[in-house]
Write a protein that binds this ligand. Structure first.
Ligand code: TPP
Ligand code: SF4
Ligand code: MG
Length: 348
């Protein structure tokens, strides 16, 4: 006889959901694809943050990466849009119901080529959403052409040599005034999860550029987008922990002056433990300088690159009512006859 119960009960979070409640459909992406590992960390982050799936909307463009939202948060709303057009879709839907949380997943092709203009304007508007770029340096879905983030001089048997200098998504986000910019690596799940949690707690646009290897078309050990390069070369800016609101900050074994706390809008805190370099993620100039240095030296530097928790989000710039726009009645939406007459009178 044994005391082990025949059925074990899965643990639940504070809103009574199990981790399985945050899963989506079974992935049809290649085994070992970095995108799968990122989807798993989105599931873990949302479970641990007690996020209500039915209060979340997922958006994407086109690409293997843009298929990812199917593989997490199966009980949320989602829209797989056109290539590069995820930002405008998300913006329209967000303004319809500002009470919803928005997660967008894009690829390096989707963001840094066809969707570049949309991405830059989303950044300068500080639209409140978590924008994850699953960056593999190629167009995975269309069989591995080099994307705009591939380093110059890399050679693939079928594609030849990449001719142009790469686009740095974090640098582009910074230049466009994004208020939260981070980089991570799919082979570093703990950091990916903590950064996703921080990004989900930021009121504004949070851009997360995650190096996500394409094991089928760009498995080149010498590329910054491969697992082997990431494993051997990843360099953390800081040791990072995310502390939700009302939880005590407990970091063991730290020396005085080695901890930096940054409080986000919802009361959660990002705790950064200094490593061997001095880095201030609230200083935009330092961030640009660090990215330039990393680029010149082929360093894969990961962590929170920049954050401004106080920059007003796009919603704050408009005179919005508390009630979501899609729940306003016709009576509430329609101007009175008197107001309409005034508007018309101004036209003549
Ligand atoms: C308007 C338009 N142009 C081109 C394509 C072809 N296309 C589909 S996915 C893709 C690139 C995807 O690359 P990326 O965003 O990096 O995603 P990955 O597959 O690498 O995750 C392209 C060019 C398309 N679907 N629509
Ligand atoms: S082709 Fe590349 S990006 Fe697409 S699923 Fe396979 S490994 Fe992932
Ligand atoms: Mg890609």
């Amino acid at each position: 006889m044994t005391d082990t119960p025949l059925t074990s009960v899965s643990p639940t979070n504070l809103i009574g959901l199990t981790r399985a409640d945050y899963k989506g459909a079974v992935s049809t992406l290649c085994q070992g694809c970095g995108h799968n590992s990122i989807a798993n960390q989105i599931i873990a982050a949302c479970y641990e943050l007690n996020i209500k799936p039915e209060k979340t909307m997922k958006f994407s463009g086109i690409g293997c990466s843009s298929k990812s939202p199917t593989y997490f948060l199966g009980h949320s709303f989602g829209f797989n849009g056109l290539h590069g057009r995820m930002p405008s879709l998300a913006q329209g839907a967000g303004f319809g119901d500002t009470s919803m949380r928005i997660i967008g997943v894009s690829g390096d092709g989707d963001t840094a080529s066809i969707g570049f203009g949309q991405f830059k304007h989303l950044s300068r508007r500080n639209f409140p959403m978590t924008y994850i770029v699953e960056n593999n340096g190629v167009y995975g879905l269309t069989k591995g052409q080099f994307s705009a983030t591939a380093e110059r001089g890399k050679t693939l048997k079928k594609q030849g040599t990449s001719r142009y200098l790469p686009v740095d998504i974090c640098m582009e986000a910074l230049i466009s005034n994004a208020s939260f910019v981070a980089r991570s690596f799919a082979g570093d799940p703990r950091q990916v999860k903590d950064l996703i949690k921080a990004a989900l707690s930021h009121r504004g646009l949070s851009v997360l550029d995650i190096i996500s290897p394409c094991v089928t078309f760009y498995n080149l050990d010498t590329s910054l987008h491969s697992y082997s390069w990431g494993k051997d070369h990843e360099s953390h800016l800081h040791e990072l922990s995310f502390v939700p609101p009302r939880e005590e900050i407990m970091i063991e074994d730290f020396e005085e002056n080695t901890i930096r706390e940054i409080e986000l809008h919802d009361g959660s805190t990002i705790v950064l433990k200094k490593l061997d370099v001095e880095y201030d993620p609230t200083n935009r100039w330092d961030a640009m300088h660090m990215l330039e240095e990393a680029y010149l030296n082929d360093w894969l530097v990961t962590g929170l690159i920049y954050v401004d928790p106080d920059q007003p989000s796009m919603y704050d710039l408009y005179n919005l009512v508390d009630k979501p726009l899609n729940r306003l009645t016709e009576k509430e939406l329609r101007p009175s006859e008197e107001a309409l007459n005034k508007i018309n009178a101004r036209m003549f």
